[in-house]
Each structure stands twice: as structure tokens, then as C-alpha cells.
Design a binder for this molecule. Sequence first.
Ligand SMILES: *[C@@H]1O[C@H](CO)[C@@H](O)[C@H](O)[C@H]1NC(C)=O
Ligand SMILES: *[C@@H]1O[C@H](CO)[C@@H](O)[C@H](O)[C@H]1NC(C)=O
Ligand SMILES: *[C@@H]1O[C@H](CO)[C@@H](O)[C@H](O)[C@H]1NC(C)=O
Ligand SMILES: *[C@@H]1O[C@H](CO)[C@@H](O)[C@H](O)[C@H]1NC(C)=O
Ligand SMILES: *[C@@H]1O[C@H](CO)[C@@H](O)[C@H](O)[C@H]1NC(C)=O
Ligand SMILES: *[C@@H]1O[C@H](CO)[C@@H](O)[C@H](O)[C@H]1NC(C)=O
Ligand SMILES: *[C@@H]1O[C@H](CO)[C@@H](O)[C@H](O)[C@H]1NC(C)=O
Ligand SMILES: *[C@@H]1O[C@H](CO)[C@@H](O)[C@H](O)[C@H]1NC(C)=O
Ligand SMILES: *[C@@H]1O[C@H](CO)[C@@H](O)[C@H](O)[C@H]1NC(C)=O
Ligand SMILES: *[C@@H]1O[C@H](CO)[C@@H](O)[C@H](O)[C@H]1NC(C)=O
Ligand SMILES: *[C@@H]1O[C@H](CO)[C@@H](O)[C@H](O)[C@H]1NC(C)=O
Ligand SMILES: *[C@@H]1O[C@H](CO)[C@@H](O)[C@H](O)[C@H]1NC(C)=O
Length: 745
Amino acid sequence: MEVRILQVGLGLLFLLAAQHAPAVAIPSPQCQKMCGNVEIEYPFGIGVNCSLAPDFNISCKEVQDGIYKPFSGSMELLNISLTHGTVRVLHSIPSYCYNTSTMLMNVSRFAGIDKRGTSFRFSATLNKFTVIGCNTLAYISDSNGTGYQSGCVATCTGPSALTDGSCSGIGCCQTAIPRGMDYYRAGFAKGFNTSQIWNFSRCSYAVLMEAAEFNFSTAYITTNKFNNTGSGRVPMIMDWAVRNGKMSCPVARRNESGTYACLSHNSDCVNSTNGPGYICNCSKGYEGNPYLPGGCKDVNECNQSPCPSRGGICHNEVGRYRCSCKTGRKFSKQNNTCDLDNGLIIGVTIGFLVLVIFSSSGYMVFQNRKMKKVKQEYFSQHGGLLLFERMKSERGISFTLFTEAELIHATNNYDKSRIIGKGGYGTVYKGIIKDKMHVAIKRCTLISERQKKEFGQEMLILSQINHKNIVKLVGCCLEVEVPMLVYEFIPNGTLYELIHGKNRALQISFSTLLRIAHEAAEGLNFLHSYASPPIIHGDVKTANILLDENYMAKVADFGASILAPSDEEQYVTMVQGTCGYLDPEYMQTCQLTDKSDVYSFGVILLEVLTGQVPLKLEGADMQRSLSSNFMSAMKENNIDALLASHVKEQESTELIRGLAELAKQCLNMCGANRPTMKEVADELGRLRKLALHPWILIANTESESLLDGASSTNGFEIDVATTTGYPTQDGDNAPMNPRSLYYAR
Ligand SMILES: *[C@@H]1O[C@H](CO)[C@@H](O)[C@H](O)[C@H]1NC(C)=O
Ligand SMILES: *[C@@H]1O[C@H](CO)[C@@H](O)[C@H](O)[C@H]1NC(C)=O
Ligand SMILES: *[C@@H]1O[C@H](CO)[C@@H](O)[C@H](O)[C@H]1NC(C)=O
Ligand SMILES: *[C@@H]1O[C@H](CO)[C@@H](O)[C@H](O)[C@H]1NC(C)=O
Ligand SMILES: *[C@@H]1O[C@H](CO)[C@@H](O)[C@H](O)[C@H]1NC(C)=O
Ligand SMILES: *[C@@H]1O[C@H](CO)[C@@H](O)[C@H](O)[C@H]1NC(C)=O
Ligand SMILES: *[C@@H]1O[C@H](CO)[C@@H](O)[C@H](O)[C@H]1NC(C)=O
Ligand SMILES: *[C@@H]1O[C@H](CO)[C@@H](O)[C@H](O)[C@H]1NC(C)=O
Ligand SMILES: *[C@@H]1O[C@H](CO)[C@@H](O)[C@H](O)[C@H]1NC(C)=O
Ligand SMILES: *[C@@H]1O[C@H](CO)[C@@H](O)[C@H](O)[C@H]1NC(C)=O
Ligand SMILES: *[C@@H]1O[C@H](CO)[C@@H](O)[C@H](O)[C@H]1NC(C)=O
Ligand SMILES: *[C@@H]1O[C@H](CO)[C@@H](O)[C@H](O)[C@H]1NC(C)=O
């Protein structure tokens, strides 16, 4: 199979090459290859019909008797790099000297290079505009100074102020230039009074030059000589590219007139990074001149001894290499070693793998096409078309269908550092969409065939859920095998961390916890009442209650519930929910109902009351589960032992009893006897109000009032303010029980 694809791929390449061959002139073998000790490689050439374009025409001049040097235009050429698309040239240094304090004398006050309309650009990455002097303002600009103009100021008070190797404004200044420049002019601002410095610094210099070749020396100022190459000229890097027609790679490759310059097989087109056009590179595993037919030759990787030194044998192949090991040893790809082995000839297998990985470009093209098709298939498989249609007809849905590439970019290719959550269900990454919007991207582990088909439909329902206590689903990606969900990013951790985490030290007040629980209940109630049949969360737990900037509760992960399997067989393979929170009835019937969420919420109430985790992994079996401990304590009418000390000491027995009773109802073994989420939310609201009444009485006897943590900047510090009016209704600004003051401080 693979061999055939390869053949097709190569055949295609030959065909393409054949199409191009007659149109592009090929330099004759008589063309001069060397000038002095510089190799002139095509597309550059010396003389008629030897270069690809007039821009690449090099003249080889005799500079002294018998010494020849190559010139491109008026600039001496030092080096040509085909792989980087650069040339190194020498050019003279504009300078400005003064010999008395008042008389100004310019050696060459203006200088510039004009490469407009050519294939050359000044490299913006490798060059710097460099200015040397002690009372100097030099400027650089494009052709008429209207497009680009910049300057650099170098000053110094005396020779002692200068430092070797440091170019940061004292005697020396450097600045970068923008991309795309093909003309530059450097000049000096005149009229600077040099009377204070002329006795130790008599010249200023300003030149665009290769940054790596420059190292400031105080001698440049004190000896009045900036002549680091000994020729009065400095090296500069120019980017070149095939710019005829200003074509980018895709256009050039398709070009009918056959001017595509990458003539060699196994060559790649690379867009120029500086201006229009492109350069050619040999593909990986090949080296040579991609501009000549057959120019890219196989690299003999074995010369670099890439295989294990002990027992390894390197086999060079066209475009790649493979390693094998002497008999009796096995190849470890991880360590790149040949380990003693009693097993199989793994080297062959590895060799085959290397073969597959480094397979030819023809195969890659095929792969790409296949990938695109696969993506489309996934998209429609997941109901993407339906979703797309509905989104078009129902305007105003703020829901995005992301491409796989967008999510890869947003998560930096699923970088490990971006992981914010991990579990049986999959992995959650933090992502940044379009470089500004922070999102949480959930990559599920697997879903069933049935769910795949209905995914688009489900997404449509979920995308319309809009409640202040529910994390918003902003989009999804259907192009992948297992769809990915994109949620808004909620920054302040979870209720779990608040109750059990290290941040416990932040001392959150009980009334704030109660508010968060109430908000979570409201969110779940909304989910249950939004659609029919109800949207069941399926994994209610403190870790799924996120906290926003204001420490307001946001129920997360509800999308998972819809993916929850309904038949027993799937249950075995994919356990939803979390131990310690699981509805015992669900365990028996495998039927997830809205009351399963109520049960789990009961466990949350217990965590709030007791500060304990739902399931302790150490300790005697009997004491493991928080809910069973609580239920037996309720039976014995002895829940005090379970309560967190601050709750016991500071909260009214009425409130505690009310919450315990509510939790008990939620934890009823029989789902039908549990209250609905609405009843739970209402009761929590009532209990919170109840907590306010004693406060109003006590508050009148104290001179301070308190604002809820939610309204303070960090959510935990309790602002002590003297306010006159007390809010009477609950809500975000509900005052907290003053007795929590002692706990909170
Ligand atoms: C250069 O090429 C042109 C067109 O192919 C041809 O007519 C001309 O004779 C060539 N000149 C030399 C010096 O080879
Ligand atoms: C290159 O320059 C030489 C002189 O140095 C000139 O004779 C020749 O025509 C030029 N070739 C092209 C392609 O411009
Ligand atoms: C040209 O550049 C290459 C790679 O940057 C380098 O190895 C070579 O020494 C350079 N040759 C000259 C003459 O500078
Ligand atoms: C300043 O330069 C001018 C021109 O080169 C020269 O004639 C004059 O002697 C110089 N003055 C001093 C003080 O060096
Ligand atoms: C100094 O530069 C100005 C402006 O380019 C020019 O007119 C003048 O002739 C120059 N003077 C000397 C001494 O080179
Ligand atoms: C200055 O140069 C830019 C680009 O080279 C050109 O578009 C513009 O018309 C020029 N302006 C003047 C006044 O010459
Ligand atoms: C620059 O030159 C100084 C001495 O003049 C030397 O210590 C330093 O290492 C040089 N830096 C570079 C980057 O070459
Ligand atoms: C330059 O400055 C000195 C003192 O700092 C002053 O005496 C002299 O007149 C100034 N020259 C000019 C041309 O302004
Ligand atoms: C240069 O001249 C100034 C005043 O004209 C003086 O203060 C300074 O010490 C002199 N520097 C040197 C290195 O001679
Ligand atoms: C630069 O130095 C070389 C040798 O040291 C010398 O021949 C040349 O004249 C100097 N050039 C300038 C502009 O100072
Ligand atoms: C080259 O540039 C074109 C147009 O800007 C773009 O469509 C193409 O993807 C680029 N190709 C590569 C290989 O970057
Ligand atoms: C890699 O080498 C280390 C010791 O250098 C060895 O412990 C380990 O087992 C090797 N791994 C494999 C896969 O052979």
C-alpha cells in the first residue's frame, strides 16, 4: 500500500518537474563557480546566462594584481547562504569628523544604499543601525523619510565613561530596523557643539551593519578609528529571494509560465520572511542546491554516526537513514542504544518505523488530503452540519465552531503547562483564543457511537444555557475524533479548594460558603428546569463548583452529563460521577435522574458544615464515607461531633439544624423522597435570611458592620466599614453574620 502511494507521489513530482524544465534557463556548466575564495552558487552567477535573474548577477573584479573579489553592484560579496536566503556584503561607513570646537568638517555626512526594485532587502533580524560618537545624533530613514525614520543618540562625558563591549547609549547606540527595507539613508544631525569633547573624540560613525560582527571598543572613540575589519568597511546581511512577480509559494508552484525556481526534486518552497517572494530549500534528509535540477542530494547521515556507538549499524537510505543492531542486541529508540537482548530483531521494526516517519513528500501530500477528509467526516459524524444550519437560522447564539488548528494554537499544541485539570473524563487545558479570550478547553477521553451522532444537537441545547451561576459553553470543535468543548475561563479555583485546599488559611467565612452553596443550587435548579427531560449534571461535587473574580459560584462540567451513558453496558466502561458523591440509587439502577444531583448536593452541604472531605481513604471502614457518618450521627441525634469547630461555636443552632435537616433530606436513599433542586435552593435562601435576623439585632449593639466578602477586592478580607443602612434582602450584597468576624480575623 505504502509503496504504491510513494510511487504515485514520486510520479507526480516527476510530472511537475517535467512541466517546469523547459521554461527555466539552467546555467551552463561553463559558468564560473568561484571568485577569489568565495563560491558563487546558482541562482547567483557570474556573466551572461549564469544567474537566475539580473539581480543575482555577480561581477568578479580584480582588486589587486591577481586578487579577484566578487561584487554585487558596488558592494563586495563575502558569502552567499542558499539555506537562509542571505548574502553578506561589505559596505563603507558613513562618518563625520570635527577637528576644532567650532569648525565642523564632514568626511561624508550622508550615505545610503539603494536596492529598490531588486531582490534584496536589509535583514531586519541580523543587522542593527549602529552609531558611535560622544555628542552624536544620527538618523536612518527610507528613501524620502516619509515612510520610516528613526535615530540613535550616543553621548559621553569623557573616555572614562566608556565601557568595552557595552553599546547602550554611552559612546555607542544601536537600534533595530523594520522588515521590508530596500533603501536606507544614514545621516548626522549637524550643529551639535563639540567643544567639550573634541579633544578626545573627533569622529562620529553611523552604519547599518551585521550585529554579530560588532563589539564596541573604547578605542573606536579614543583613537578616532572605527575600523574593526581593517578595511574601512563593515559587513551587512541582505535577505534575498526569488521575487519576480512577487509570488508566494502557493502561487509560484502553480504558476503556468513555469518560472518556479525550485527545480530540484526533494526541494521545498519557503516564503520569504522579508518582503514578497520565496526561496527554495532542500527537503529534510537532502542537501545541495535546490535551484538546480537534481541539486538536492541525499545526505549521508551515517557520516555523523547517528546510531548507537556500541553494536549499532547505520544504513543510509535515500532521504533518510536507519539504525540496526548487531545480532544479539536490540535497539532502544528512547536511549538510542543497542542493549543486549534475548528477544527479537527490534532494529528491523524500528527501521521500518523510521521509514514510515521519514516517508517522502508525495506520501505527506496524500496524508494531508486524507487528514482533511477525515476532519470533514468527523465534523458531519458529530452532527456538525445540523448544528451549523441551526446556528445560521437562529441568530444571536454566541457559540463558535472552532477548528482543530485554532485549539492547537490556543493551547500551544496541548502543552503540558496548560493543563488545569485531569481525570477519567479527559483533560482540561487553559487556552487563549485569538490572543485575548481566556477559555478552558476540555478534551474528552471517549464517547459512544450514539453520543457522537447526537453531539451537535446536544451542543445546541447546552450553548443556549445562560445563567449567572453556570459556566458558559462558548463553543466546541467537531473536526476531531472525540469532540472538544470550549468553556469560558473561571479564574478563582473551586469550592473544593476553598473548603479543603491549602487556601483554607485564607479563612473564608461560613456565610460566604453558604452563599456559594446557595448559588450553586440555583445554577443546578436552572439546569434541571431548563429543558425537558431535565439536563442532569451527573457529577455534582465541590470540585465542579468554580469561583469567578467575585467568588460567585459557577457550576462547571455540566456538558459531561449529556454525554453520560444510559445503558448498563456503557456504564461499566465509563463510570460517571465521583466516589463519595454518587447517588446509591444510581449504583443500583444505572439510571441517572435529577435526584442524583440532589443527592450529590447533599454531600456538598455536609462538606460546608463539617469541613471534611466526602471520602477519607484512611481510617476504619465504618468512618470512611462522610454521608454515612452523618446519617448515623443524625440517627443518634449527635451531629455536633462532626461539625467543624468554627461552625459549632459561631453559628446558631437553628441554622445548623436547618442545614443538617436539608442535607438529610437530600441524602435520602430513595430518590423520590428527596426534595427537588428548586426546593433545596429555596430552603437555602430561607436559611440564609434566617441567619440575618440575629445579626441585625446584634449589629445595633456593635458599632461596626460588615460587608460580604464577595464585594471586597480579594473576596476574603472582610472590610470593616461604618455604614448606616443594612441591606435587608439577600443577594450578592447580603451582610454576613457578625459572629463570623471572630473566625474571619
Ligand atoms: C543566453 O541565452 C539566450 C537565450 O537562451 C541565448 O540566445 C544566448 O545566446 C545566450 N548567451 C550566451 C552568451 O550563452
Ligand atoms: C551580468 O553582468 C555582466 C557584466 O558584469 C553582463 O555582461 C551580463 O549581461 C549580466 N547578465 C545579466 C543576466 O544581467
Ligand atoms: C559563509 O557562511 C557559512 C555559513 O554561515 C560559513 O560556514 C562560511 O565559513 C562562510 N564563508 C565565508 C567566506 O565567510
Ligand atoms: C582641521 O582640518 C582641516 C582640513 O583637513 C585642516 O586644514 C586643519 O589644519 C585642521 N586643524 C587642526 C587644528 O587640526
Ligand atoms: C559637508 O556636507 C555638505 C552637505 O552634504 C556638503 O555640501 C559640503 O561640501 C561638505 N563639506 C565637506 C568639507 O565635505
Ligand atoms: C516617499 O517614498 C514612499 C515610498 O518609497 C512613496 O510612496 C512616497 O510617495 C514618497 N513621498 C515623496 C514625497 O516623495
Ligand atoms: C567584546 O570585547 C571585549 C573586550 O574588548 C570582550 O571581553 C568580550 O568578550 C567581547 N564580546 C563579544 C560578544 O565578543
Ligand atoms: C560651544 O560651547 C562653548 C562652551 O561650552 C562655547 O564657548 C562656544 O561658544 C560654543 N560654540 C558654539 C558654536 O555655539
Ligand atoms: C577635553 O577638554 C575639556 C574642556 O575643553 C576638559 O575639561 C577635558 O578634561 C579634556 N579631556 C581630555 C581627555 O583632554
Ligand atoms: C583601516 O585599517 C586598515 C589596516 O589597519 C587601513 O589600511 C585602512 O586604511 C583603514 N581604513 C580607514 C578608513 O581608516
Ligand atoms: C506563503 O504565503 C502565502 C500567502 O501569504 C500563504 O498562503 C502560504 O500559506 C505561505 N506558505 C508557507 C509555506 O508558509
Ligand atoms: C535507558 O538507559 C538507562 C541507563 O542508561 C536504563 O536504565 C534504561 O532501562 C534504558 N531504557 C531503555 C528503554 O532501554
